[in-house]
Design a binder for this molecule. Structure first.
Ligand SMILES: Cc1cc2nc3c(=O)[nH]c(=O)nc-3n(C[C@H](O)[C@H](O)[C@H](O)COP(=O)(O)O)c2cc1C
Length: 223
């Protein structure tokens, strides 16, 4: 394994971390890997470190409405390849992680208690905010948006953590969402958001395709 997991990353004082500027370099060099080393897989320590980095993603009220299902068994990876319309690089990667989003704020009791315990909200405000949040996401469309928005940010963290650790990772929505949910036993109130193949790189990736220019995508004051 070419990466050195930093399992105590929560204690790093990023403001004084001399490697912090490298985050920008990492953003600029991350790629979606399609060339994985088929002979090397992730060790469990690295998998857990990746997920720990991932759980540091921002989320609405810190509700962390996400789950991660890692598939590493060879036979099961074959099934995942099939459910992902034959995307063979998943098998070479050796690990497929389904990022799953909650469609209801099921962590609300615990998390709003934590806001109050930390003195960041008084108890009455925490209770009111919890009720508003539960009410807001009772709507199907809002609940789905809630899951996708939050879990997508978690997926982005996973991609960048993999890159920072010298691994390759590919986000995918090219999969049979219903089929994979059934195969992996995802409960009905949760949705598959992104499938991520992750593993040691097998070498160079093709050159990055052009990005739309800043002047084209940046709108000032209004669209
Ligand atoms: C929402 C989303 C869905 C994607 N689905 C797939 C996919 O199913 N298979 C795949 O190989 N790559 C997939 N990609 C990767 C994109 O093709 C890739 O991000 C894009 O071409 C830019 O390349 P880069 O990530 O290397 O900069 C997906 C990326 C995103 C963000």
């Amino acid at each position: 394994m070419r990466s050195t997991p930093n399992t105590d990353i929560r204690s790093v004082d990023v403001a004084h971390d001399e490697t912090f500027p490298k985050a920008v370099e990492a953003l600029r060099t991350r790629r979606s890997g399609h060339n994985f080393d088929p002979d090397t897989d992730l060790d469990d320590e690295t998998l857990k470190a990746l997920i720990e980095d991932t759980t540091l993603a921002p989320s609405s009220y810190n509700l962390q409405p996400w789950e991660f299902v890692a598939v590493q068994d060879d036979d099961r990876l074959d099934d995942v390849v099939e459910l992902a319309f034959g995307q063979e690089h998943i098998r070479d990667a050796g690990t497929a992680i389904l990022v799953v989003g909650h469609t209801t704020p099921e962590t609300a009791d615990r998390v709003f208690e934590e806001w109050a315990e930390a003195g960041r909200m008084d108890e009455e405000t925490a209770e009111q905010t919890k009720e508003q949040t539960v009410g807001l996401y009772a709507d199907d469309r809002m609940g789905r948006d809630y899951g996708i928005r939050n879990a997508s940010l978690a997926a982005a963290n996973l991609l960048h953590s993999a890159h920072a650790r010298g691994l390759s990772a590919t986000p995918m929505i090219g999969f049979d969402a219903e089929g994979i949910a059934e195969y992996l036993g995802i409960p009905d109130d949760k949705i598959p958001v992104m499938l991520i193949a992750v593993g040691p790189s097998g070498g160079e990736e093709p050159e990055r395709l052009p990005r739309r220019a800043v002047d084209e995508v940046l709108h000032r004051e209004e669209y």
